[in-house]
Design a protein around this ligand. Structure first.
Ligand code: COA
Length: 259
């Protein structure tokens, strides 16, 4: 039984709510494992078509990795922490076949922004504050932040935000391409759910293959164009493709079987 997250279903959309509001939802080891397990379970389920990750309370999405847990670590322990976190959670979210939307409802700092950036899409409330303040602690982002911020906002912005440790607001995050949409806090979950349900009406098989192809373009030693050719071809052998094309020709809405 998970202690630090709550799970709610809205039809076929699953909400994973990080629930340590008294610690601004900081990611300790257990929380990282619980979110990772929940994402893996949802991804394996035929019933779940989209996932939303958000924080509980009005103040924070996630205010970072739990500083109290690693303050006394040595280099070897920190190396293991970073490696385990990336493989247990951050890479799992990014490579999930089911679309994952971050609903950023307040502070998304350090590991919190890194978690949001590992999601496929980010929607932020207008009170959100984002940043990678690790250098103020004498460390660098360790859950993929140096890579994903540069991918999303460009190398120059990543250099600036990481070196200055500046916190930016939701509108600036939107301006630099870090978030896809900004909304009021009241509307945040409705907006994220609306997007999730819209995505869910499309072919889940095709969406999974699109996620893989896009991610492959950012992988060392993998040619994204070759990956696209493979996944494009594979789509033609799926029931979703048969249904999608048949429905178009019959002038009706598709009812995708999801395989
Ligand atoms: N790790 C562990 N605990 C954290 C935390 C983190 N990353 N961020 C917040 N908390 C805890 C605080 O220690 C405090 O706990 P306490 O009440 O038991 O003392 C509680 O959450 C509330 O935080 P507080 O600092 O009192 O709230 P605030 O509104 O004054 O400030 C922040 C909010 C986000 C500016 C501030 O909490 C902060 O700077 N957090 C750390 C951000 C960071 O450096 N993240 C990167 C980590 S690698």
């Amino acid at each position: 039984m998970a202690e630090n997250i709550l799970i709610e279903n809205d039809g076929s959309v699953q909400l994973i709510i990080i629930n340590r509001p008294d610690k601004l939802n900081a990611l300790n080891k257990q929380t990282i494992e619980e979110i990772g397990d929940a994402v893996r379970t949802a991804d394996a389920s035929q019933e779940i078509t989209a996932i939303i990750i958000t924080g509980s309370g009005q103040k924070a999405f996630v205010a970072g990795a739990d500083i109290s847990e690693f303050a006394n670590f040595n280099g070897k322990e920190a190396h293991a922490l970073s490696q385990k976190g990336q493989s247990t959670l951050f890479n799992v979210v990014e490579n999930c076949h089911t679309p994952v939307i971050a609903a950023v409802n307040g502070f998304a700092l350090g590991g919190g922004l890194e978690l949001a950036m590992s999601c496929h899409i980010r929607v932020a409330s207008d009170n959100a504050k984002m940043g990678l303040p690790e250098v103020t602690l004498g460390v660098i982002p360790g859950y993929g932040g140096t890579q994903r911020l540069a991918q999303l906002a460009g190398k120059g912005k990543a250099m600036e935000l990481i070196m200055t440790a500046d916190m930016i607001d939701a509108n600036e995050a939107y301006r630099i391409g870090l978030v896809n949409q900004v909304t009021s806090q009241d509307e945040l979950l409705t907006t994220a759910k609306k997007m999730a349900h819209k995505i869910s009406r499309n072919s889940s098989v095709a969406i999974g293959k699109a996620i893989q192809s896009i991610n492959d373009g950012f992988r060392d030693g993998v040619n994204g164009f070759e990956s696209e050719i493979k996944h494009f071809g594979d789509c033609f052998d799926t029931a979703d493709f048969k249904e999608g094309t048949t429905a178009f020709l019959e002038k009706r809405k598709p009812n995708f079987p999801g395989n």
